[in-house]
Design a protein around this ligand. Sequence first.
Ligand code: FES
Length: 161
Amino acid sequence: MKTISVDGLVDPVEIRTNHRLLEVLVEQGAPLQMACGGKGLCATCHVHVVAGAEQLSKVTPRERRSLTMLADARPNSRLACQAKVCGDGVRVALPRGRYITSTTDLESLIGRRAEEPILHPVDGQTLIAPGKIITRSRIRALAQVDYDVAEMRTRSLTLRR
Ligand code: FES
């Protein structure tokens, strides 16, 4: 077993050696959408590794390619579904914002102001800035998101984890 820390959680959490970071984050209730099913093709499990990056498995070519597409990627960015925990001392922080997996996720928010950035599930672009009112016409204007997700899911069907 290894121990990692997650910003926002007081206590470190345990994870089985060589298991994916994603598993422990989901267990801890982190709001990760896993829109591509853990295939390394989307933004919804994006995390920032604040410490212990060398204790994670190396970035794969697929992960590297996906990270280059992310709007808010930083040198310490990883996709939690691709990073396996090999040693102790990893500390991660979740990017700010809420990913959607389709525009229907926004229906229940119509008439309300976005409390945090609403993010594109494939490239992490901000779709709706905090403070903006979510309207039906704004949601209609985001139709491309649904096409992008469908295309990404089609690609994920052809890939192994
Ligand atoms: S769940 Fe899609 S990249 Fe990790």
